[in-house]
Design a binder for this molecule. Sequence first.
Ligand code: HEC
Length: 174
Amino acid sequence: MSGIELCIELRLTSFNMLFERNLTMIRYSSIVFALSLLMATWSAHAQTHQMNPSDLEVPIADVKVVAQGGELFSEKCSACHGGRGVGTGRAPCLSCGKFMFRGNTNSEIYETIHSGTPRTGSRGGKMGAFSSVLNNDQIIAVVTYLRATEQARIASSEIKDPYAENQDAMVFPE
Ligand code: HEC
């Protein structure tokens, strides 16, 4: 190998090493970037609740909104639906993750509170509209309170997770 060849060889090697180090850096930073994106999505998800991407998003981690909703609920709803919305003989549970009347999305729950339960067939007709009693923000606060309570009841195993798959599957103890 001549002097020139050696020189070129050395230059190429150091260029390659530099290139590979840069590549490793790029790979490393894209992993970090992807991870931070994932964590941001996760924490945003934990802060709010919605049943699908187009559903009304409610801030279940906002203690102020939850507290405001809780006060309104005790005042206007608990006489029929019970404390923490656990339900009574007169009105169904609102913190069990099941809303059979109109549907289980936050938007549908909002609509039920807003316009009541009009009689349809053999169902409904027992709850009036709250549109003239509660404004938009207050109804959202009540929905937020109900979802936060539902999540807390699931987390403490007070109720079975209504969203878990196979919850009605047969169980065969060993
Ligand atoms: C006078 C009693 C009464 C009051 C007060 C009342 N509700 Fe109801 N609510 C009912 C009854 C009864 C039903 C079941 C449907 C029916 O029979 O009309 C119901 C149904 C609902 C539903 C639908 C439940 C489902 O399974 O889909 C929601 C949501 C709801 N109420 C929220 C509220 C909220 C929030 C308040 C307070 C702002 C409230 N209700 C106040 C009696 C009441």
